[in-house]
Design a protein around this ligand. Sequence first.
Ligand SMILES: [Zn+2]
Length: 938
Amino acid sequence: MDTLYKCYFVTVFFQLAYSQVFDTELLARSTVAKSRANNVNYRLPSSIIPLKYDITLEPNFNTDTFSGMSSIEINAVEEANTITLHAYQLTINESLIEVLDANGNSTKVTGVTESDIADQQFYIINLESALQPNQNYTLVFGGFTGILNNDLDGFYLAKYNDVNGNERKLAITQFEPTGARRAFPCFDEPHLKATFQLRLVRPINYTSEANTPLEISARIAEDKFLDEFQETLPMSSYLVAFIISDLNYTKKLHRQRILARPKEIEDGRADFPLDQANQVLRALENFTGIAFALPKMDEVAVPEGYFSAGAMENWGLVTYRELSLLYYNESTTETRLESITSIISHEYGHQWFGDLVSPLWWKYIWLNEGFATYFEFYITGVVHEDWEMMDQFVIRNVHSAMSSDQTLSTRIMNQDAGSPSEISSLFDVIAYNKAGAVIRTMETFLSTPVFKSGLNKYLTKKRYSAAQPSDLYSALQEAADEAGLNLNVSKIMTTWDSTPGVPLVTVTRNYDSGSVTFTQNRFIATNPNYTSDELWYIPITYSTKSKADFNDLTTDIWLTTATASENLGLSASDWLLVNKKQRGYYRVNYDESNWKLIIDYLNRDNFENIPITNRAQLIDDALTLARSGRVNYRTVFELLNYLSRETHYVPLYALFNNFDYLRRLVQHSTISQMFQDHFVTLLENVYNKLKVEESANDSHCDKRNRPNVINSICLLGSAACRNDTLTLLRRWRSTGTNLLPVTAEQQILCGALRNGFEDDWNFVYNQFLSSQDSTRRTRYIAALACSENPDLITRFLNQALNDGSPLAVYRARILTDVYSSGNVGLRTLLDYIKSNLTQIAEARISVSALLAAVANYLNTEEQIKELQDLKTAYPAYGTAIDNAISRVESNVRTANLYLPAIESFYIGSDSSSALITSGRPQAFICIAISFILAMLAL
Ligand SMILES: [Zn+2]
């Protein structure tokens, strides 16, 4: 199970861990639909449903185990001779199982069976006489025990060291999707809602928290208390949560508190998130029109290393990674600041979408995660109006969804799943990002007021219950009908939730008649000629030069067939731009003439008449379409020329998100220097606006833009950037005070060390040694890798491979940082591999993963020869080197295909074909990070 995709916040986590521009490539790996493993039935029989659980649990911190007892009120829907429920890794005392009818009469248990299918996790109780339909019974488990495991799943053990260095233990839960059965026997399916009455036994110096408020606390022994919590509302088992710990908490703000390590509370790390949580909850109540259902809300910052996801939306007791929630004044970047509010918005969105109304089955997990992703941006934008969150939604959610959803193997939104591992695999980019983007499309064609009204109806009707997409669509239909909209919501939305992939709308114009033809196809990145029968109901919106209105988002044309034409009466000089503000989940391509009209406008006229989201759309679509052979790179470079006028974060993000691919394509060619000089020129305007230090006039997006700009323009060789950053580093060196803006600290140091001297490098290295902050330490590591002095890089690599060095634990990251830092780093690493491949393997680095990752940066015949020589020198790694050679050969073909068009842009020759219509460009997926993940898997 890839726990990173469990109910949480994909983009934020990766942005915290790695640079922003990698995230869309990263997510691609999660989209492959898992095939059904076998024909095992993983669903419980429908004969019995739970009504109420009464559970008592006691952890034992000496033995790291727990014991418990429970009773479950059940209803027999049908006559049943057996009761089947879930239990996993529990030792249940069979002799203490009882089944009682409403009068207290016992039905004899003749035996129990534990499913011998490992991942079915069924516990079957066989009865002498059948339970009767429509009768209630009480199922009693008089005793069971389990392990406080180290898997960060179920009821598990966590630890931290207190300020005196003493180890402290705590017991905590993570149940989504199938962990509740590891804590107590239960009907562990999301639609089987019941109420939960929980009792926890805790040591005297600990506290306990659960979904509901503590009701009674009683001392039951010298050193123990029994805490009893209020009975919950009807809820799914995966949302039950509790914690027994000596964490401390903030004072209550309205009905909310944050629990964290006592030192973190004392230092005020929870104050900012608590304030944000308060605003977020209010904003969600306003949006949904439905008050938060519970009397209290606790948020837990789980000590680092003891939480597998980013956060989990347990009803009334949300858990987070400590680093995802707490605020560190001295090291919290603007990105992290935004992510704190965003992650709270995501988890609080679930309190309605997931907790109040739960999915009927995991197949519909997008009803949880899609809405939570939407709120992650939307509600953060309500709390911080100046953060431009719904514009950021386009670049950080829609574009990342599309980049993952453009393969043949991508799954549909309503993908079914059975086994626990299949269920876990559904927590992916489709459930989060794509569903979020499709929900935004739906909001747009319905209009926001109708959308809100429909959601209110849906939540009201399905509260304390479980829902499927048709429930959502019928509520939205009701709202649409009330507003007089002539739409069939279900018919439209079924094409989106049950069709795999992302549509490409191709726009071709007749410049004589003024008519326009729209054609839809599924967009497959590796096959420009892909055709199939898939059809979506696509809401086409468009704007033109003569009527540049991007604010009216009413659907202009519903494209429901493969192709449709309409006479828009456009003059031949008028551009046409489709998909206003990129609200629709689809890409757009144009005929060459229309591309030229748009490009001319961007380069000559008031380009700001086209909104930032559409400028980002044009960049992302053009670069993606070129990479897949559908648009000539020369056209794309002409479009990118307008960037000399661009300063806004949103369109530039679309460039930087695609830039690494472009740079790799060009970096070993004869036009490499021209390319670098050109992009330095294009980025000078924004660089001169932002510079390297923060200014009082900075917007939130300026602060987010600066690190990206510095990173790219310094890498490309800008003397101004390299000098400015080095000046700041030397100021730090001379004054002894670090005044670098924390949001761009890594990029500034990286830029500075490109041309810096050995003393500068040593200074940053010493900062790495002396820093206690893990986030800062990784920033300094990344900066050290930017040096363009091969001797320093070689020394860096030698140290990284030395087990006794403080750099040893960062080994995989350092190798990645070096080859991705630019040509010098790549060249130095290649030479290093030639001399040291055996030592690299002995340092427990996967040679095949390393070579596969490096190969993505290579695309010349000379480099193939180098790898062949490497194979001669190291025959033991022949297979790994052969695989790398195949990758480079593919890259050479890609370069041969696309470089002529780029060369023609720079050199002016006309040798390129107008449009490339064949070829399978190398996907270049996930390079740097897949390597790190491969390392970690060792
Ligand atoms: Zn979520």
